[in-house]
Write a protein that binds this ligand. Structure first.
Ligand code: PGA
Length: 243
């Protein structure tokens, strides 16, 4: 079997000013070959650094599903691409829980981002209550089904499985628990897109200490990292663990 390609994406959320982002990139170690590394800073940082050389892929944390118009506060694909974004996070649990994003809206965003040539990183994952009721697989399946309803090709699609109870809490899913959900997602994707191999990343309190074990699992293709992507020292250690 060929060696899988590892992805390491950082989600800075609402952290880091432009000056702080510049300091971070100055302290970033050279990137190894064979690991797809990317960071999703604020839209302000994306714009400010658009003309600067960066060693990694650039991502946005959100997108809207229209080209332009009366959508106060939103950003379109041309706007993000003008800022050199390669990928966009869609359906992060904070967008779902704090900003009321529905599966249907997330589905429109995924289809739009892919049609416009961005990599779409679709985030799915169950809450603690859903896991305790034994509904983790059903929740993830529902989120995938609706979000991918209008997607014609899985080219440029990435899935991030992020159990909500593991995000920013220091609680990581055990590698065996994460692997079983990833295998379920892989099975779903195989049925939905016969030919495509879609990367499936794990997210939720990934740290340099647990990254290696997680990505050693057969269906875990990398990590989407929040807290540990904020400091160059820990992000460098994650890159080292992933390579
Ligand atoms: P965390 O965040 O690594 O801080 O748990 C992950 C995420 O929200 O993508």
């Amino acid at each position: 079997m060929s060696k899988k390609k590892i992805w390491l994406l950082g989600n800075w959320k609402m952290n880091h000013t432009i000056a702080e982002a510049r300091a971070f990139f100055a302290a970033l170690s050279p990137l190894p070959k064979g690991v797809a590394v990317g960071l999703a800073p604020s839209a302000c940082v994306l714009g400010a650094l658009a003309e600067e050389e960066l060693p990694c892929m650039r991502g946005a944390q959100n997108i809207y599903c229209e080209e332009s118009g009366a959508f106060t506060g939103e950003l379109s694909a041309p706007m993000l691409q003008e800022c050199k974004a390669d990928f966009v996070l869609i359906g992060h649990s904070e967008r779902r829980a704090l900003f009321g994003e529905s599966d249907a809206l997330i589905g429109k965003k995924v289809a739009y981002a892919l049609e416009r040539g961005l990599w779409a990183v679709l985030c799915v994952g169950e809450t603690l209550a859903e896991r305790e009721k034994g509904e983790a697989f059903a929740v993830v399946t529902r989120q995938l089904k609706i979000a991918l309803e209008h997607v014609k090709s899985a080219e440029h699609l990435v899935i991030a499985y992020e159990p909500v109870w593991a995000i920013g809490t220091g609680k990581t899913a055990s590698s065996a628990d994460a692997e079983s959900v990833h295998a379920h997602i892989a099975q779903f994707l195989k049925g939905r897109f016969a030919q495509a191999r879609v990367p499936i990343l794990y997210g939720g309190s990934v740290k340099p200490a647990n990254c290696r074990e997680l990505i050693a699992q057969p269906h875990i293709d990398g990590a989407l990292v929040g807290g540990a992507s904020l400091e160059a020292t820990s992000f460098n250690a994650l890159i080292e663990a992933a390579s």
